[in-house]
Design a protein around this ligand. Structure first.
Ligand code: HEM
Ligand code: HEM
Length: 124
C-alpha cells in the first residue's frame, strides 16, 4: 500500500468536502456546522496531507506495520468522529448519543498518532 499517496489523495477529498461545507455556511449564513467544517479540513485534509508528506520525505517510515496501523486507525477514527459530529450538529442525535462511537473514534485517532510518533522516533 502506498501510505503517502493514499493519505494525500484521501486528504484532498476531505478538503473538497470541507470547502463545500464552508461555502454552504458563508452562503446561507448558517454557521452551525463550523466545528464540522473545521475538523473535516483539519483532521481530514491538513493532518492527512502532513502525514502523507512525512511518509514521502522519510520513506523508511512508510513500509512498516506502524505506518499501516496509523493509516487505518486514522481513517476509521477521523471518519467515525466526523460522522458522529455531523449527526450531533444536525440534531439527529444528542450528546449522549455520541457514546460510545465518538470516544472510540477519538481513541483510534490518538492511537494512530502514537504509532506515527513511535515510527518517527525509530526511523526519522
Ligand atoms: C472556500 C473555502 C472555505 C470557506 C468558504 C470557509 C468558510 C468558513 C465559514 C463561513 C466559517 C464559520 C466562521 C464562524 O462561524 O465564525 C469557517 C470556519 C472555519 N474554517 Fe473555513 N472556509 C473555507 C476553507 C477552510 C480551510 C481550507 C480550512 C482549514 C484548512 C478552514 C478552517 C476553518 C476553521 C478552523 C474554522 C473554525 C474557526 C472558529 O470556529 O474559530 N476553512 N469557515
Ligand atoms: C480526535 C481529535 C479531535 C477532537 C476530539 C477534537 C475536539 C474538539 C472540540 C470538542 C472542539 C470545541 C468545539 C466547539 O467549541 O464547538 C474543538 C475545536 C477546535 N479544534 Fe479540535 N479536535 C480534534 C482534533 C483537532 C485537530 C487535529 C486540529 C488541528 C489540526 C483541531 C483544531 C481545532 C480548532 C481550530 C478548533 C476551534 C474551531 C471551532 O471552534 O470550531 N482539532 N476540537
Amino acid at each position: 500500500m502506498q501510505i503517502s499517496r493514499n493519505f494525500m489523495v484521501i486528504g484532498v477529498a476531505y478538503l473538497c468536502l470541507g470547502i463545500v461545507f464552508g461555502m454552504y455556511m458563508s452562503g446561507s449564513g448558517d454557521h452551525e456546522f463550523a466545528p464540522l467544517h473545521a475538523h473535516i479540513n483539519l483532521l481530514g485534509f491538513t493532518l492527512m496531507t502532513v502525514f502523507g508528506i512525512v511518509y514521502r520525505v522519510i520513506p523508511g517510515m512508510a513500509g512498516s506495520a506502524l505506518a499501516r496501523a496509523h493509516f487505518w486507525m486514522h481513517q476509521a477514527g477521523a471518519l467515525g468522529l466526523l460522522v458522529m459530529l455531523w449527526l450531533l450538529l444536525s440534531g439527529r442525535i444528542g450528546e449522549a448519543g455520541m457514546v460510545p462511537v465518538a470516544p472510540v473514534a477519538e481513541l483510534l485517532v490518538l492511537l494512530g498518532v502514537l504509532a506515527f510518533a513511535v515510527n518517527l522516533w525509530r526511523n526519522a
